[in-house]
Design a protein around this ligand. Structure first.
Ligand SMILES: Nc1nc2c(c(=O)[nH]1)N[C@H]1C(S)=C(S)[C@@H](COP(=O)(O)O)O[C@H]1N2
Ligand SMILES: [Mo]
Length: 216
């Protein structure tokens, strides 16, 4: 058992370590002040910015890029989680909504075009993968959307996914994700350019670091 004193020291120590880790991760990040102009961020790399002080952008000031009129039918739409997992999942919209929600303010930059800071709410891919019984923490995921001719696929490393730096949003700024922003589900990817924030997501697949066929 901890004595009261050693428990306090333990908590304090853990707190200091956590702070140091955050400071280290942010070492090369420029702090963007609360009222910064979004036009001044469009040519920046999101990985180099600390936007934790930045205001949330009103939704009417969001830009739109790429596919914007995909019509998802919730009766047919499912989220598939497959690949290097023991129990692949197929979830309906209501099942996705019933998982514990994750909420984060994250800046989207479409290079040279626009930037906006949304408050995104959605589901943790980490939680989806633990439900599906992820087989290994090494490797990457591919995220696809929408199903059909206009499919877009992006890759993210498992370590960043398991830190919830990449997740799937079904709400932004307190409203249901609008169609033009990817209803029913879209990628939110801290430190990645907007082009990787796949809209109309329907599938998350886990890949091992080294494809089995290339091993000798
Ligand atoms: N499925 C799909 N997702 C996509 C695109 C697309 O064309 N198709 N465009 C990408 C680009 S280039 C950007 S900048 C962001 C813009 O997101 P927004 O339209 O919600 O602002 O979506 C990304 N996601
Ligand atoms: Mo973009």
């Amino acid at each position: 058992m901890f004595s009261r004193r050693s428990f306090l020291l333990y908590v304090l120590g853990a707190h200091v370590l956590l702070k140091m880790e955050t400071a280290w991760a942010n070492v090369q990040q420029t702090i963007i002040p609360k009222g910064a102009r979004l036009e001044d961020l469009v040519n920046k790399n999101p990985a180099e910015l600390d936007t934790s002080d930045l205001d949330i952008t009103p939704i009417e000031n969001f830009g739109v890029m790429g596919l914007e009129d995909y019509e998802a039918s919730l009766e047919k739409w499912r989220l598939i989680v497959d690949g290097n997992v023991a129990e692949p999942l197929t979830l309906s919209y209501l099942e996705v909504m019933s998982l514990s929600p994750l909420e984060k303010t994250v800046l989207l930059i479409c290079p040279g075009v626009f930037a906006y800071n949304g408050l995104w709410k959605g589901v943790s891919i980490k939680e989806l993968l633990s439900k599906a019984r992820l087989k290994s923490d090494n490797g990457y995921v591919t995220i696809r959307g929408p199903e059909g001719n206009y499919e877009k696929v992006e890759k993210f490393s498992l370590p960043e996914v398991l830190k919830d730096q990449v997740f799937l949003a079904y709400e932004v700024n307190g409203v249901v994700l609008p169609k033009k922003h990817g209803f029913p589900l879209r990628v939110v990817a801290q430190n990645h350019y907007g082009s990787e924030w796949v809209k109309y997501v329907y599938r998350v697949t886990v890949h091992q670091e080294t494809p089995p066929e290339s091993r000798s």
